[in-house]
Design a protein. Structure first.
Length: 85
């Protein structure tokens, strides 16, 4: 399943995920800090949605109340809630 969303309060503009059977198969991020986001993308591949939410929720970027990793976790949590409802 392909899932796209627009993060808020961060430099990245769009996150596109490929998720299969609750496992992240691919993550592409437009905008933001390229090297860091490529690293995050590589690290989350093969992880479960729940594991990524647990590890990345609440991470902050400097004085911002959120970060690209936290926005990824929020987007995944929303996807999970939408699937359950």
């Amino acid at each position: 399943m392909k899932y796209e969303f627009n993060p808020r309060g961060v430099c990245s503009r769009k996150m596109t995920l490929e998720i299969e059977d609750g496992i992240i198969r691919d993550l592409k991020v437009e905008g933001g800090c390229s090297g860091n986001l490529q690293g995050i993308s590589a690290l989350v591949k093969g992880m479960s949605v729940e594991e990524v939410i647990g590890k990345l929720s609440g991470i902050r970027c400097g004085s911002k109340p959120t970060s690209c990793p936290a926005q990824l976790a929020e987007g995944l949590a929303k996807l999970k809630a939408d699937d359950a409802g």
